[in-house]
Write a protein that binds this ligand. Structure first.
Ligand code: 5GP
Ligand code: ZN
Length: 140
């Protein structure tokens, strides 16, 4: 993939172009994997598209189709003890996105203190409300 879809002033685009150094794990024509500079646990890695998009839903399908197999390869290379890890992708500031170039995190969870900590504020909803939501969202 040529660099025509990259942006001049984006930090992850600069990493792809080699203008900012990174610990590259592997890459394909369409995606790039490297270590997170401030890991939540040892081995914390990022998978990014070689296509500048701020949000997940803006990434072309062929690029997305390249990213997940690469994420799987990286997960296996990290050597995830007991299969404890999170695959995370944040969109928007409130959802904890800090770098506005799409990225998947692979975050090993070696113990309760290290790795990702998640709030899971479950709501109680009626069957009717769930059905309203379903009717709004369903595609087929
Ligand atoms: P977000 O909160 O946007 O989902 O995550 C952005 C991630 O990018 C953070 O975990 C942060 O440590 C990482 N990051 C930010 N700048 C750099 C950088 O220049 N190099 C590397 N390797 N990681 C970075
Ligand atoms: Zn970018």
């Amino acid at each position: 993939m040529s660099h025509e879809h990259l942006q001049a002033d984006c930090i992850f685009c600069k990493i792809i172009r080699g203008e900012i150094p990174s610990f590259k794990i592997t890459e394909t024509d369409k995606s790039y994997a490297f270590l997170d500079i401030n890991p939540l646990s040892e081995g914390h890695a990022l998978i990014i598209p070689k296509y500048h998009a701020e949000y997940f839903h803006q990434v072309p399908d062929d690029v997305l189709a390249d990213m997940l197999p690469l994420a799987k390869k990286v997960a296996l290379a990290i050597g995830l003890e007991g299969n404890q890890y999170n695959l995370l992708q944040n969109n928007g500031r409130m959802a904890h996105q800090e770098v506005f170039h799409v990225h998947f995190h692979i975050i090993p969870k070696p113990d309760t203190e290290k790795g990702l900590k998640i709030g899971w504020p479950q709501m109680k909803v009626s069957k009717e409300d769930l059905e309203k939501t379903y009717n709004r969202i369903k595609i087929d």
